[in-house]
Design a protein around this ligand. Structure first.
Ligand code: CA
Length: 229
């Protein structure tokens, strides 16, 4: 039981070198982060959740270029932060990586202390900007996985929570159905899109005032929007 442990940020480590991957994972877990270690680009794309704070991304991966992974993450969302790892002498990759939407980079070999400093800077940025989402009387603490309406806590299932976070990060703007399906379920979603509508229905039932207007608007033919008051 680790009841007193502080709220953790989720980090995806993408590294096919077993030695580096294991040592990064151990170090970050030792600092209280929740870590998903992936060795392929496909695994990385599947492991990132709406609440993921940071992706530490090696550029040389067995199945695809890390730059492509970065581009695909950014095509989905402006979160999470991406920290690129690249071998020395590949400065051109760094420029390409920043162009592809990465937030920061480290040249290998790097010292763990330096990595941790960058990770803390990235996750602080995330904490400040993104970990508490507020739209009117709706308040979401992304890291703690809690939602409250007018101060009353609301129980959501995991996909309902992820869907609400994806909508709330763009509060006031419509989020396309395809993007919601990609961010919350999977990049390649071949199932019925009714799943999305059912989860929206569940969110409305749990979050909206009885008899009042819904805080989630349907934009016909496009997607959904969490409305700002
Ligand atoms: Ca590699």
């Amino acid at each position: 039981m680790r009841l007193l442990e502080a709220v953790t940020s989720h980090i995806v480590v993408v590294e096919d070198d077993a030695g580096i991957g294991a040592s990064l994972t151990r170090t970050l877990e030792g600092q209280g982060f929740e870590v998903s270690w992936q060795t392929t680009g496909a695994g990385a794309l599947a492991a990132v959740r709406p609440a993921t704070a940071l992706v530490i991304l090696d550029l040389g991966l067995p199945d695809q270029d890390g730059l492509e992974v970065c581009r695909r993450l950014r095509a989905r969302s402006s979160s999470p932060q991406v920290l690129i790892l690249t071998a020395r002498g590949e400065e051109a990759d760094v420029v390409l990586g920043l162009d592809a939407g990465a937030d920061d980079y480290l040249i290998k070999p790097f010292r763990l202390a330096e990595l941790l400093a960058r990770v803390r800077a990235c996750t602080r940025r995330v904490d400040g900007e993104r970990d508490h989402l507020v739209a009117g009387d709706l308040a979401i603490d992304v890291a703690a996985h809690t939602v409250a309406v007018a101060g009353e806590s609301v129980d959501l299932r995991p996909k309902e929570f992820d869907l609400l976070v994806a909508l709330a990060r763009s509060a006031g703007h419509v989020v396309a159905r395809e993007r919601l399906l990609g961010e919350v379920w999977d990049e390649h979603w071949y199932g019925s899109t009714k799943t999305l509508d059912i989860h929206i229905w569940a969110l409305r039932r749990k979050l909206d005032p009885p008899g009042g207007a819904s805080r989630i608007s349907t934009v016909r033919g496009v997607g959904y929007r969490v409305d700002l008051p």
